[in-house]
Ligand binder design. Sequence first.
Ligand code: SAM
Length: 291
Amino acid sequence: MNTVWSDFVQGTDTLYLSRALRFDHAFREQYIRFLCLDGDAGFDALEVGCGPGALCAALKSWYPKANVTGLDRDSSFVAFAKENVPGVRFVEGDACRLPFEDASFDLTISNTVSEHVEPDGFFGEQFRVLKSGGVCAVFSSRRGIHVEADCLKDDEFERSFWSRAAEKDDSFEKYAVCRYPMNESQLPAAMEKYGFGQVETDYAVVPLTPDDPRFSGSMARRMIEAVYREKKECLSSVPRTLPGLFTAYELERMDKRLEEKFALRYEQLEKGEKQWDTSVSLIMMIRGVKP
Ligand SMILES: C[S@@+](CC[C@H](N)C(=O)[O-])C[C@H]1O[C@@H](n2cnc3c(N)ncnc32)[C@H](O)[C@@H]1O
């Protein structure tokens, strides 16, 4: 039983919602165009480091004939995915020792995983389990654009709280988060180094702007909820990750303020008082073919 990521890095519901938005139907064309797969063929796809399974769910909806498998080493993510993502097989395992035969997949894909896994294992294992002619696709988040609504901005008390927390927080180091970062030229170069050919790159843009009328009311609420959950999860994890650093009064005050800010943001949305706050994710996509 390994629940390190879901307990200490990103919680299951928060991660699922964030990725369900990222791979929502509204943005699917850019992924499909880049992946350039034959949707009529019943190919075998493996998502490495699938987390709670949002990309697997999207893949299954984009390519209904595909056999999709998701693998992650976090037991809670895999249990959640098995329960919530129908039509996909989920397996607990290590990306550096994939529990699959050589040449058993037509596609391997990952989203925001390459930076956390040692490259020999990450690329080498995907190369091994891909069939000749199979595609390895790596999605990796780049710096996006984040503009908060005025009502969500931190006040002086919150800024000081988070700066004290940041000084003491060593979770990234402790849990090997982002231990193997690669920039926009190193990623495609790594793909080539590990034997893939026909390497291509592109970028998907996911603009989450609740006030943009092209999105439905429920999608707009989910966008705000994604931000709320991320902040709520971050705050709730503080007593666990930084025990004793803050008083109960400080934690309660932070929580009360968070609830009030988001209640106001939802109210503005309901009343149509536009804030034009936005969170734009930029996702680098790299694609290589096993010769
Ligand atoms: C940033 S999360 C991304 C999850 C998912 N791809 C998504 O976008 O929602 C990184 C994921 O990689 C998984 N992971 C990290 N190292 C791994 C390894 N060696 N083997 C399998 N999974 C791993 C973590 O458990 C986590 O689910």
